[in-house]
Design a protein around this ligand. Structure first.
Ligand code: SF4
Length: 63
């Protein structure tokens, strides 16, 4: 399955885990992580899946 969309639901605790795992897709905003735009997410599919699995509050979604 190709990943076309990545988003973060409410509840990010700004632990920075996703940024550590996949800095090409995630970055820290003012007080929570944000998804970078203009990225070919499918090039980073395994890291996105790992970040979603590793997020302690499970707010990373993708499809
Ligand atoms: S891993 Fe989850 S809680 Fe941590 S910064 Fe990323 S989205 Fe937020």
């Amino acid at each position: 399955m190709a990943i076309k969309k990545v988003w973060i639901e409410e509840g990010c605790t700004a632990c920075e885990m996703c940024v550590d795992i996949c800095p090409d897709v995630f970055e820290m905003g003012d007080d929570e992580a944000v998804v970078k735009q203009g990225v070919n997410y499918d090039d980073h599919a395994s890291e996105i899946e790992e970040a979603a699995d590793s997020c302690p509050v499970e707010v990373i979604q993708y499809e």
